[in-house]
Design a protein around this ligand. Structure first.
Ligand code: ATP
Ligand code: MG
Length: 180
């Protein structure tokens, strides 16, 4: 499985539809200060279900929507789609290509889609659980995370190993089942 493409429209500084293709292997994103490198990595975390506006460097979720510049009016909708190549069926979903979309409107409307079908956030979380791709997974190492891993308590560090080992799914299902 690998990330094939990301499409962003109205997300932070990406006012117009912006499509970035990723080849297999290593991709480096370079650019001057303020050009949107961090915004791109936040777009990835956002579409994977990030719910904390603060961790996206905002104060409200609305802050992810392009809020205009001196030359351009703000827009009302932020939409991000990640396209994953799943030819190896790494994710338990019988499609060679999986697109995950999240959109958020200034009026508060929030929508999630898998392969263009409306789903709940939970469906996205379920799809990615233990895949190493979740919003907090070890596949996204944000600034400060390495330090955080080293400084964390053993119980907290255990979560990281548990995700890598793929056992979180069972704990999550247990909690779900107990709630019912
Ligand atoms: P650095 O090299 O300094 O880390 P960077 O390439 O990571 O820079 P970002 O932090 O991704 O840059 O981009 C910051 C830019 O995004 C700022 O110019 C900021 O004004 C703009 N920006 C952030 N949120 C929005 C928004 N909602 N609407 C419009 N522009 C935004
Ligand atoms: Mg940055």
């Amino acid at each position: 499985m690998h990330l094939e493409r990301i499409e962003m429209t109205g997300f932070k500084s990406f006012a117009d539809k912006t499509v970035i293709e990723f080849d297999k292997g290593l991709t480096a994103v370079v650019g001057p200060n303020g050009s949107g490198k961090s915004n791109l990595s936040e777009a990835i975390r956002w579409v994977l279900g990030e719910q904390s506006a603060k961790s996206l460097r905002g104060s409200r979720m609305e802050d992810v929507i392009f809020n205009g510049t001196q030359e351009r009016k703000p827009v009302n909708l932020a939409k991000v789609t990640l396209v994953l190549n799943n030819e190896d069926r790494y994710l338990d979903y019988d499609f060679s290509e999986i697109s995950i979309t999240r959109s958020y409107n200034r009026n508060g409307d929030s929508q999630y889609f898998i392969n263009k079908e409306a789903v709940r956030l939970k469906d996205i979380v379920d799809l990615l659980l233990d895949s190493g791709l979740g919003k907090n997974s070890f596949s996204i190492i944000s600034q400060g995370k390495v330090e955080q891993i080293f400084l964390s308590k053993p119980e907290e560090r255990r979560t990281i190993f548990e995700e890598a080992a793929g056992v979180q799914k069972y704990q999550y299902r247990k909690v779900e089942a107990e709630r019912k």
